[in-house]
Design a protein around this ligand. Sequence first.
Ligand SMILES: Nc1ncnc2c1ncn2[C@@H]1O[C@H](COP(=O)(O)OP(=O)(O)OP(=O)(O)O)[C@@H](O)[C@H]1O
Length: 242
Amino acid sequence: MTLETRELRKAFGGVVAIDGADVEFLPGKVNALIGPNGSGKTTFFNCVTGMIKPDSGSVLFGGRDLTGKAPHVVARAGVGRTFQLCRVFPRMTAVENVLAAVRPGGLVHGLRSAHRRNETERAHGWLTRLGIEHLADAEARNMSWGQQKLLELAGVLMAEPDTILLDEPAGGVNPALLDRIGTLVRELNAEGRTFVIVEHNMDLVMSISDHIVVFDRGRPIAAGPPAEIRADERVLGAYLGV
Ligand SMILES: Nc1ncnc2c1ncn2[C@@H]1O[C@H](COP(=O)(O)OP(=O)(O)OP(=O)(O)O)[C@@H](O)[C@H]1O
């Protein structure tokens, strides 16, 4: 389904973080959203996923108006996301974290036992898929930063989202894990999931993206395939300040 925004705007006091952004991501593809520090990428994600309400403009998903809807409504509509600073419950085990992602408040205990078994099996399935099943019973706080990021992604995948927004998946992870994240994104995309990735690691962006949207000062200044974006003078100007 197509995720798009029209004339989206969000200001914090006098700081205009999103400045009338018209953005359209390609459904079924790996999209990247790049731009200099402070260009509004995280605020954009927050507006799209209902973490903050935009001042004006709209967010559409498959033509459905999600503007200003609560995060759980956006998630239920099929848009999942991870966070720059990674959100896991440090004192819960990996498998408990994955279950909590779809049953906030530990409601999983209230489910009928057959359903609970099924959900637990699915949680283990995602942990296996992401290569961290051996840590299923480890508390999240004892996992490495990269493992915690994979754990957060496993929780997002539990909801079977159509579209997944990743906020800096490569931030602070080691090179081996970086490769794995790239491969996973491509595999999950081949299975039909759309991705939108905010990322500063240009090697990763250029190698896994089909379509790149470049933000500068709260709005897109260019959009296209990696080869085109790499050669775009407006993009070089925004990054290098020339
Ligand atoms: N809660 C807030 N209160 C005030 N200003 C904010 C708030 N959140 C973001 N801003 C400002 O909005 C602008 C856009 O910030 P945002 O974090 O969205 O950019 P970004 O592109 O994600 O940056 P980075 O690449 O560094 O993560 C910045 O000027 C920032 O200081």
